[in-house]
Design a protein around this ligand. Sequence first.
Ligand code: SF4
Length: 453
Amino acid sequence: MRVALAGINARYTHANLALFYLRNEILSSGHEARILEFHISQPRLEMLEGICLESPDAILLSVYIWNVALVRSLLPDIHALCPRSLLVLGGPEAGYSPEAWLAEFPFISHIVAGAGEEAVRILAESGFSLPGQRILRRKNRPFRDIGFPYRDGDFPLLANRYVYYESSRGCPFRCSYCLSSREDQALESKDAQTALEELRRILAYEKNWPSPPIVKFVDRTFNAQPERARSIWAALAEAESRATFHFEIHPALLAEDDFRLLESVPPGRFQFEIGVQSVNEAALRAVNRGMDWACAKKAIARLLEPGNIHVHLDAIFGLPGEGMAECGATVDQIMSLKPHQVQLGFLKCLPGTALRDQADAFGLTHMAEAPYQILSNSWLSFQDLRLLRDIDKLVDSVWNANRLEGELDALAGREGGYFRAFSCLARAAGREGYNPSTRQEGKVREFLERALG
Ligand code: SF4
């Protein structure tokens, strides 16, 4: 059979790692398989041409919060153009409510609910026909038995895009707003040696890419097993490579040995993303997130000190118990560390998470459709969230894009903190009709000068 695996990514630079694993399952069952990747800004007709012109025997589509609306709009057209193709859906958006999808689109053949490799292997071995089993829920094989996702022919397609790599799946933490906190997401990992052998295969191709790659680990908490993480970091720090490796880490798990190792890593080799989310302990407890801010802050400050590792800090607005004052405290604390990047996100109430069940208790209203973002809760009104969204854009333009540190510090000094400074800028932007998303340095600088004047 000829099978097409279609992924619609949020950006051109992204790739759908899951499709590479599933493609391998299909190939080893003796079928032909092609990965077709698109991005959400592409015209729908281009996607239909890519998927349907060759009338594959089976079409697999993965559905996430960023592409669910597009997939819904494409499905009837795909079915009209390829009425004989078997249609299989997977991914968190389809897997959470497969019955509703099948009712809405009765021409769908199967929906894979949960992790996909084992289910897709069974489906492929059956010739994509499992009568009476339209919803496939299968316990997956252990992650260590799932091989390297890429084949040599894949690497050219990853030019100028992130090269995603996964050395562990699942997460040991249980944050109530996160899909990785579910019971079926227990932490599983490849040992350091296996991971390094796989990474060497990526690096062996490196010189052929037009620019040095960013190898993005999708591990939810890369250093959940500190010794394993340290061995991988040590080897990557010494590798002959121009690549940058991106990791999501938990700062409180860093030990003295890590700091000593990390301060000797070549500049630009590593990027760390750290989900601070909030500095307010009660809010973190309310979402079951384990983070002692005082300890995390010390670790982040130490990571930042040598200046060789790019550090990206995330916060989330909309956590239970957090009004504007608490959101402000988080912004002030994060900005005072002067990380390289700050991302202020908004709570999402994803189907299948514990938070979704507690929404009423927190007075939480959220978008009915993906991305399920918060609209208000007992502590923040829609109006407050609007101001916070403007602040998020201003943090991005003033700090992330242009690092206008002198101007920002002057304004924070005058207003009594960074959050107040950004609030003052957001109000000024509203009065002037200034677009807070502007990232052009000249315009941002002039806007700040006006605000300071
Ligand atoms: S938010 Fe991060 S740390 Fe928390 S459960 Fe999800 S992946 Fe794990």
